[in-house]
Unconditional design. Structure first.
Length: 513
């Protein structure tokens, strides 16, 4: 029989990449995940599809479930012999009440493990460019709760010792109490000129830092209307930020970008844009599915020896072809004599993963360039197999036929509009005008994106939003649909699209490329 276990896991400070390997495994293994307001929602993606996900909140004082209720819930779920992962922001044992939860588990006789996390006290300053220690500046660091009212009679904080004895101070939960904290430090002997920074939502795309000195930080924070959750960092090391603020210097920081590729293909684009600082909203508009009729593909596969060339125009085409090749109990040896062409590097790369090199990779990644590449080959009378999208453009078969080749075009897959799971969230953001850019990686993503929007609201929601397109064909389609195309990639690949987006933003900000 299964035995119960509870993992108290640190979810890290917000960037979903800052969870530990072990923490992620605990999420994947869980029957129940009980998570907080500060745990990155993206982490729930690691949970198994059947897992129960329970949100127990905690925003400021507004607890969705009081701590006693949380403790009882953890115990109750474990007593059902379940694997329970209790996911807590930052580190569970740093101002996270993880100690209390563990005590309750001991009392209930339930086995548990603690998986430490990256605490916001370390991570938020790191992303703000503030090293907590520096050989020349400080040799001591303290983590302090800022939640306590320092004027109350019985404070648990030794203010004179903190003010004078410790180099770097990091306060949690202190935004509301900032004025008191500052007053107490200065009254107890800390120089009013000491540098201070507040880092809000550190490590997330919404990270904001306000910095100053003890004597002006209260006014600055008020002016910036900075709210919780933020850490307050006090000490000379804060001064290093001007030199080291790598995260906030990234060119796309704070830009909200919609990515419309199919979920399976979006990740490379999302990753590249996130590395530049953008916040990506995945809105898959297309889904790759088998073609209406696979018989032509199967017949071609049965008859491979009849062909001289096989031309792939997309990763999906390669995937569809090999699925059917393997389905027919054949492998790459069936392609032995055939020459191959791939329309672009991603397609060539995919082909290579199946053990085949491409004899032709055209210079630029459009049907037109493949045609140009074939002009250098003797293809008159040659048999060319073209496994590709059911609804693909006609230029390639037409041109190759005009050059004297015999082209057999077979559908290897088709795309269809995907129902966007998070459509409501997208519409709300479009209504709030908080989307900075929409990316289109093919004509169908543009068409499907428009089709996804609530009927009759295109003008209001999307017409004015800047879009970036992977190439001129996609850009033409997008313009015809009424989108405001501002960026067109010069190289028709995902890296090319990212470069074009980057150049655009750099240009706008006046930074040299
Ligand atoms: N266990 C958590 C702290 C929980 S207390 C940890 O180790 O990080 C909640 C406080 O943590 C907030 O009030 C804020 O001060 C801080 N905090 C949590 N996440 C933060 C973030 N991403 N950026 C800045 N401060 C954060």
């Amino acid at each position: 029989m299964k035995t119960p276990i509870v993992y108290l896991v640190g979810a890290g400070p917000g960037d979903p990449g800052l969870i530990t390997v072990k923490g992620r495994e605990c999420i994947a293994r869980a029957d129940v995940v009980i998570y907080d307001y500060l745990a990155a929602p993206a982490l729930l993606r690691h949970a198994s599809p059947g897992a129960e996900l329970v949100y127990v909140g905690k925003q400021g004082g507004d607890h969705t479930l009081p701590q006693d209720g949380i403790n009882a819930l953890i115990v109750a779920k474990a007593r059902e012999n379940k694997t329970v992962t209790r996911l807590k922001g930052g580190d569970p044992f740093v101002f996270g009440r993880g100690g209390e939860e563990a005590e309750v588990l001991v009392e209930a006789g339930i086995p548990f493990e603690i998986v430490p996390g990256v605490t916001s006290a370390v991570a938020a300053p790191a992303y703000a460019g503030i090293p907590l220690s520096h050989r020349k500046m400080t040799s001591t660091i303290a983590f302090v709760t800022g939640h306590e009212d320092p004027t109350k009679d019985q404070t648990g904080i030794d203010w004179p010792a903190l003010a004078r004895g410790i180099g770097t101070l990091v306060f949690f939960m202190g935004v509301k109490n900032l004025a008191n904290i500052v007053a107490e430090l200065v009254a107890n002997g800390r120089s009013p000129q000491t540098p201070v920074a507040l880092v809000r939502r550190g490590t997330t795309p919404e990270q904001v830092t306000v910095s100053g000195r003890l004597d002006d930080i209260v006014a600055k924070v008020k002016h910036a209307r900075l709210k919780s959750p933020a850490v307050i960092v006090v000490g000379e090391v804060v001064g290093l930020r001007e030199k080291l603020k790598w995260f906030e210097n990234r060119p796309l920081l704070g830009q909200r970008v919609v990515v419309t590729r199919s979920r399976a293909q979006a990740s490379d684009l999302v990753q590249a844009l996130e590395e530049l600082g953008a916040e990506c909203l995945e809105c898959p508009t297309i889904q790759v599915v088998p073609p209406d009729d696979s018989a032509p593909l199967d017949r071609a596969i049965a008859d491979l020896s009849a062909f001289d060339w096989i031309v792939f125009t997309s990763v999906n085409g390669v995937n569809g072809f090999f699925e059917h090749l393997f389905g027919a109990s054949k492998d790459v040896r069936a392609l032995g004599r055939l020459r191959t062409a791939a329309i672009g590097p991603a397609t060539a790369e995919r082909l290579k993963s199946f053990g085949l090199l491409s004899d032709i990779v055209p210079e630029s990644y459009r049907a037109e360039s493949i045609v140009a590449a074939f002009r250098k080959e003797e293809i008159r009378g040659r048999q060319i197999l073209l496994p590709r999208a059911q609804e693909a453009r006609q230029i390639l078969p037409v041109e190759l036929t005009a050059m004297g080749a015999v082209v057999r075009e077979v559908p290897a897959y088709k795309t269809r509009p995907a129902a966007a799971a998070d459509l409501d969230a997208l519409v709300r953001r479009l209504e709030a005008k908080s989307i900075d850019l929409v990316t289109f990686t093919s004509s169908s993503t543009a068409k499907n994106f428009k089709a996804l929007l609530p009927p009759g609201r295109f003008q209001e929601l999307a017409a004015g939003v800047p879009t970036a397109c992977i190439g001129p064909v996609t850009a033409d389609t997008a313009r015809q649909l009424g989108f405001d195309v501002r960026i067109v990639a010069e190289e028709y690949t995902i890296p090319g699209l990212c470069t074009a987006i980057l150049d655009h933003y750099r240009g706008r900000r006046g930074t040299p490329p």
